[in-house]
Design a protein around this ligand. Structure first.
Ligand SMILES: [Zn+2]
Length: 465
């Protein structure tokens, strides 16, 4: 029988890892699953591989301990749930069904069969990592056989398993009304308290964060808690407040929602503060890069982001006005834009244009190659992520390459949770919107000067996690 994957009868999770950019991806080291552990797993769950018609191609057995791929990822996810240490004295505010039932019991109570799908399963191709049919009566979940599932950490796979298991109880996704998924997709729960699928996933992260001793594992869990809390619940949890992150001209970063909270004061000079999917990043003029993950520590980053930033000369780090690393790496200077492609810089020079920043990338809309010009207009410079194909003349004269800017007159702007719109003027003063296109000075900031304002959510509780 061919399974019909009608969208209306299934509930599934979107590929979060691609969107999150968290440490979700990190290679599994072991070549085989531990046999004792696998034996336990297979006594609790029937794990099968489906063919393209949705028929069972193979039931996995103990001798498949070294087959790798999605099976190994699932087996290690289940093993992770069994091994994660229970937190001692977990505060009641962090209690969830995961801590009440125990992670393995939680899964066992809801799931008997795990079906690993075929690679081009329709639902998986739509961006799911796994799914449960809403009329499921066999306690069965489907795990997408993505080529990279084996690269997810056991924590991340375990989180997919408990997320899908929760769908057995109902709890379909809700359309997101705030956060990074706020663009017509169903990738949220109404609230954290209701403990839907996303809430349960976050619950597992909290359980891990409070129970594990391993620092890297705790960091991974904490990053996911922050991203979930700020993006997955339509009623903001943990007293989060919707506001703005501010960069002043003195290398200070603060949160503002009517009250100002300092998040970081730096002695090193900041070249650019930008945000990717709700996480603020700081690029320093000395070549270091840091991001804010709700700790005062602002850890220095390593890896490709930093390596690519360091391909700039020190002089360029001084002159840099913006960075875009949503799709590839692009750097904006007063008279030039440089984008890395296959390890090589492609450059575009401005003569008539005077860019002030990249135009903010909105998920679901490709605006990643547009710049805000000093005349308040927004121009698309590149054709998607290809090389520069337009001349400056074409860019200036094509209406198709222009994007409407609702708030010309400021170089960056943000709407606070109370509806008030703040923006930074070209001179660096904090302004507030009074009517369409009209701004006045936001009095409480006096003559203090700023470089940038970006949307951000913050709470003391989340920082104190
Ligand atoms: Zn789901």
């Amino acid at each position: 029988m061919k399974l019909t994957m009608d969208k209306s009868i299934i509930v599934f999770s979107f590929i979060a890892s691609l969107l999150l950019g968290t440490p979700a991806l990190s290679a599994n080291s072991a070549e085989c699953v531990n046999k004792d552990s696998l034996s336990k797993t297979l006594s609790q769950f029937k794990i099968s591989h489906l063919d393209e018609d949705g028929e069972v191609l193979k039931d996995f057995e103990l001798e498949d301990a070294c087959v790798g791929g999605a099976f190994q990822a699932v087996a290690e996810g289940v093993q992770f749930l069994r091994k994660i240490p229970a937190p001692k004295n977990l505060p009641s505010r962090y209690a969830t069904l995961i801590s009440q039932e125990g992670p393995t019991k939680f899964l066992n109570n809801r799931i008997k069969e795990i079906h690993i799908t075929w690679p081009n399963d329709y639902t998986c191709e739509q961006g799911a990592l796994g799914y449960v049919k809403s009329d499921e009566t066999e306690n069965r979940m489907y795990i997408c056989n993505h080529v990279n599932i084996h690269d997810y950490t056991p924590l991340y796979v375990a989180h997919i398993l408990v997320h899908e298991a929760r769908h057995i109880d109902g709890f379909p996704h809700q359309q997101c009304i705030q956060g990074m998924f706020n663009f017509d997709i169903y990738a949220c729960d109404s609230s954290y308290q209701e403990q839907g699928s996303y809430g349960i996933g976050t619950g597992l992260m909290l359980y891990t964060y409070k129970g594990a001793k391993n620092e890297a594992l705790r960091d991974e869990a904490r990053s996911n808690i922050v991203l979930d809390m700020t993006n997955r619940f339509n009623t903001l949890p943990m007293e989060l407040s919707s506001g703005a992150i501010l960069q002043d001209t003195q290398n200070n970063i603060s949160f503002y929602d009517g009250n100002e909270t300092t998040l970081g004061e730096f002695t090193d000079e900041i070249s650019v503060m930008t945000s990717r999917l709700g996480t603020p990043y700081i690029f320093f003029k000395n070549g270091e890069v840091s991001k804010y993950l709700f700790t005062k520590e602002w850890p220095l980053l390593e890896g490709s982001l930093v390596d690519n930033y360091r391909k700039l000369k020190r002089r360029e780090m001084n002159e840099l006005i913006d960075i875009n690393f949503d799709l590839g790496y692009c750097f904006l200077f007063p008279k030039q834009m440089k984008c890395l492609q296959e390890g090589r810089f492609h450059e575009f020079s401005f003569s008539a244009l005077n860019p002030v920043s990249f135009w903010p990338q909105l998920l679901g809309k490709d605006t990643s190659n547009a710049i805000l010009n000093d005349d308040g207009k927004v121009y698309t410079i590149r054709d998607e992520i290809k090389e520069f194909v337009y001349s400056e003349n074409e860019i200036l004269n094509s209406s198709e390459l222009q994007i409407k800017n609702r708030y010309p007159g400021v170089t960056s702007w943000t709407m606070l949770g109370n509806g008030r719109i703040l923006g930074v003027s070209p001179e660096g003063y904090m302004m507030q919107s009074v009517s369409k296109g009209k701004w006045k000075r936001a009095k409480e900031f006096e003559d203090y000067k700023f470089k940038r304002i970006l949307p951000f959510m913050w709470s003391k509780k989340l920082e104190a996690l």
